[in-house]
Design a protein around this ligand. Structure first.
Ligand code: MG
Length: 473
């Protein structure tokens, strides 16, 4: 390599390189807006543009028609809290200590003392360095205690439920499901039938109110997580029961948001991402077809999710990307497009702008993908190969297959030919198997596995005490 000093690092430091590389010129100095529509438990096969014949999703399909559809996009976890911690930090859940609750639950429950360490730099915090207005509208699930709420993690505005809509256990002493505005409970129990409609109204108001400034809107829908609700306009309207009703209302909502962008001349300066926090549990109408497994599992159906990115004029209409990408990549990608500095600590996501923009020869920036379930490393993907580790015991889960927590043999599958992960090819591919085992050992050393800590793990923040969120008097 030549020793000539390149001017590029200086430009990068100023954020200019990022803007130029994204296709933005000097006349287009304003950074783009970002919208992330994040469904809860929407499966890989639940949208028309991903093969569903049950749910009608014309607006989401139109978004895909105007943008790019990813076939191999992953959430970093098969359950809610870890998945959301990843999206917010660009890290594997274990790296930021959010892979399970301190009391042994998979996800945070009401009054959990655990939440993201304030020292982590979240996606909205990173964008605020470039003057972004930020809002979180919907289900948070990264802590309901003051100190863990969205308003303490970079969001100017919050409106939604702080944890899942099924967490109203009287036995556990849960309060009625709170609907929160800012840090105050404004309704309890929340009227779930109108949540999607109210989120949409709030989202549109936020877009219109911030049309002059760059903004980041995070819209984590409450549905199609169980129990299922839809407003009277959608209730009973689908051919797929209450599940289809809730998905079709989310489709309507997506259409409203895109229309609002068009109406205000914002669509060509806004990157819209539509995806899900984990797969469907496969019951009650949801589908991960043609994948196997579901929510809570490290089979593809648990973690591979639909992902659509739309940015008219920048992303080629009707395109498809088959490269591996993840929700962890949104933080570094948005930072690059906004010209914002990356968090000054190790993250696991990568810039996927070359994939979004269809740059010639663009490849996945991930050497490998690691599938953790709760604290256990269970699988590794590299290229088309996926290795399911042999396990002495698996952690009990709600999926019937592994309810006993018994061990299982290992398996090497090729996802390109066998998306259902049926055929074990380990016997014929000893070199691949060895490489995968090396990758797994590397992940365990860096991120930890089971009770063993990794060298690169950080801690979540655990508060000394907690109280339920209740309606203000
Ligand atoms: Mg979920």
């Amino acid at each position: 390599m030549k020793a000539t000093k390149s001017p590029l690092p200086a430009l990068a430091a100023l954020g200019l390189l990022a803007a130029t590389a994204a296709g933005a010129g000097p006349a287009d100095a304003r950074p783009p807006n970002f919208i992330v529509i994040f469904c809860d438990d929407l499966g890989y096969g639940d949208l028309g543009c991903y093969g569903s014949t049950k749910n009608r999703t014309p607006h989401i399909d139109a978004l895909a028609g105007r943008g790019i559809r990813f076939t191999d996009f992953y959430s970093s976890s098969p359950v809610c809290t870890p998945s959301r911690a990843s999206l917010m930090t660009g890290c594997y859940p274990r790296r930021v200590g959010m892979h399970e609750d301190a009391t042994g639950h998979w996800v945070l429950i009401p009054r959990s003392r655990r939440g993201l360490d304030p020292a982590e730099v979240t996606l909205p915090e990173a964008l605020k360095a470039r003057g972004y207005a930020t809002a979180c509208i919907g289900k948070w699930h990264l802590g309901d205690q003051p100190g863990h709420l969205p308003t303490r993690h970079g969001f100017d505005h919050y409106y939604g439920i702080p944890y899942p809509n099924d967490m109203q256990s009287g036995r556990r002493g849960d309060p009625p499901l709170p609907l929160v505005e800012g840090e105050r409970v404004v309704e309890a129990p929340a009227d779930q039938s109108t949540l999607t409609k109210r989120y949409t109204q709030q989202a549109v108001e936020f877009i219109v109110g911030n049309r002059a400034a760059p903004f980041f809107l995070y819209l984590p829908h409450t549905f199609p997580h169980l129990p299922l609700f839809a407003s009277p306009d959608f209730h009973g309207g689908s051919a797929n029961g209450r599940y289809g009703d809730s998905v079709e209302e989310i489709d309507w909502s997506t259409g409203q948001i895109f229309s609002c962008l068009e109406e205000h001349g914002l669509s060509e300066n806004t990157l819209v991402i539509f995806t899900s926090d984990n797969g469907s549990n496969g019951r009650n109408g949801g589908s991960n077809a043609p994948l196997s497994g579901g929510k809570g599992s490290t089979m593809e159906g648990g973690m591979r999710v639909p992902m659509i990115a739309c940015w008219p004029g920048r992303i080629a209409a009707g395109s498809t990307c088959r490269e591996l990408a993840t929700t962890m990549d949104l933080l570094p990608t948005f930072c690059r497009l906004a010209g914002a500095p990356l968090p000054g600590r190790k993250i696991d996501g990568h810039d996927i702008a070359p994939l979004l923009f269809g740059e010639a020869g663009a490849k996945s920036p991930h050497e490998a993908l690691y599938y953790y379930r709760r604290r256990q490393l269970q699988a590794v993907r590299q290229g088309d190969w996926k290795y399911h580790l042999e396990l002495e015991r698996t952690y009990p889960s709600w999926s019937s297959v592994e309810k006993t927590g018994k061990g299982r043999p290992g398996k090497l599958v090729n996802l390109r030919d066998d998306p259902a992960e049926e055929a074990d090819l380990s016997g014929a591919n000893p070199e691949v198997l060895e490489r995968m085992r090396e990758l797994a050992a590397r992940a365990a050393a860096e991120l930890g596995d089971g009770a063993a800590r990794g060298a690169g793990q950080r801690e979540a923040k655990t508060l000394p005490a907690s109280a339920p969120m209740v309606l203000a008097e």
